[in-house]
Design a protein around this ligand. Sequence first.
Ligand code: PEP
Ligand code: MG
Length: 573
Amino acid sequence: MFGISGANGIGLGYALWLNRETEEPDETGVSSFNPTTEIARLQQALESSRQQIKTLFIDATSASLVEIEVFQAHISMLEDPEFLAAIQEQISQNGMGATKAVRMVIEQYRQLFTNMPDPYFQARAADIEDIGSRVIANLQGKKPLNLKTLPPETILLADEFMPSEIAAFDRQNIKGLVARKGASTSHASIMARAMGIPAVVGCVDLTTCTIANGEPLIINGTTGEVRIKSTTTEWAKASQLKEHFRLRQQQFQAEVDQPAVTPDGHRLILNANLAHPSEVNEVLAAGADGIGLFRTEFLYLGRSAAPTEAEQFGAYQTVVTGLAGKPVVLRTMDVGGDKRADYLGIPDEENPFLGYRALRICLQQPELFRIQLRAIIRASACGPIKIMFPMVTSLEEIRQAKTIIQQVTRELTADGIDFDPNIPVGIMVEIPAAAILAGNLAAEVDFFSIGTNDLVQYTLAVDRLNPKLAHLYQMNHPAVLQLIVQVIQKAHQYGKTVSVCGEMASQPSGALLLLGMGIDQLSVSPAVLPEIKMLVRKTPWLAAQQIAKDVMEFRTVGEIEKYLKEYLDSHWA
Ligand code: PEP
Ligand code: MG
């Protein structure tokens, strides 16, 4: 069975389903249906859920105040007589099975809370979904999976992985991921790559296949293959391939302490992307010049209220201090799209990637933005930082966002809080409008970082998450490449630096091309940084420039990719 490459590498291990939905038979009208039994099952499931939450609460010795609040809110909901009565009514009056009744009542509550004007109550919608999943898991006799302690050699299977789940994985025992949904630039794949976990995503046959927990699996995160009934020979061959992959990584590791300089002396700044403060050591071990993209939105995910200023400051301080003088680009939160946080009042949207996302949320909820900016700017007292805005489409947005920065700095000055008064401010160029207006925008910011993940989807009108369109999601499309060249030229005309922090930079072909186009900086996943550094150190800049020149002459993706592949096969493989 095949999916799409989510994160390179070979994974050998044993299947474990994360959250396979078991369809409950519809008991309505079935003669053996017994409402008393269903109500007893329901009460049992509610009690088990209550006990599980209490245990979680006791285990979480370092729980923050927000987490304690969440635990308490979940328990009160499970003890709420109205909630219980609503489910019982569906069972006894409408003849519904307990699972179906819970699903229905949870959905009613979820909608009710989502539509409330007060953001506090909107935030409760996420709690309600959480509670519903727990009660249903208990009704179906499923033990909730503890992501932090997985069995050895686990290959995790799921319909979809949430970025917040991936952050919680037991890294020791996880050997691979397979998901039915997702694509190579979905955030779950980006995180798997950063963590060096092989992943196959967009594996549509996963729903119909019959993989049981514990079944041996071989996954090839590079080709997207998932092998189910493998022979011993195949298993042995895959182990060899895995070893080959490991040795190659080891070779790349040999020069991580050297700068990313081409043999003819051109210096490229090679930064790393980071999603969580715990990744600082990996970034340093990979030999990064700094952090080119700190996806701060991950602090906002998997919870029911926004992180406080103190919490955010703690996280930013850890990263900035950990980088010991190397610069950190903090991107203001880019929630939305495939990064959901219901408490921010993000409605169910037809097109979330074209919706209420990133800077658009921040400018409509200035208080939320102000809190994040305070935490970010305060972190500038700990080391060099830069601020970057995501999803910019116009000069007005930049001006509005910069005005809020000015207000925050005035406030901090009045409060007597230390900060760097000259923090560079830049933008992501990831929407075609920003690329087209690059000249105007360059005049008003200190730097650009091109987000190819979004730039590709918006330029080509191809949803970055849709596995059916994966073949049309083309980073080397001539339209995308022309935009990138234009952005680099405009930035340089205004004397501004330009980086690429999208996944194109993490691929050898992309990095090679961008180097030749004259990019100043690349920011890549720490797992691939040593490889990209070695590639830069082995490729004369003159050769890369010639490659970029040749590529820009081609008129189809096919020609471009063939040319790049031939070059890499003969000079790099
Ligand atoms: C991008 O769009 O290329 C990018 C780096 O941002 P994200 O992947 O987080 O949307
Ligand atoms: Mg983006």
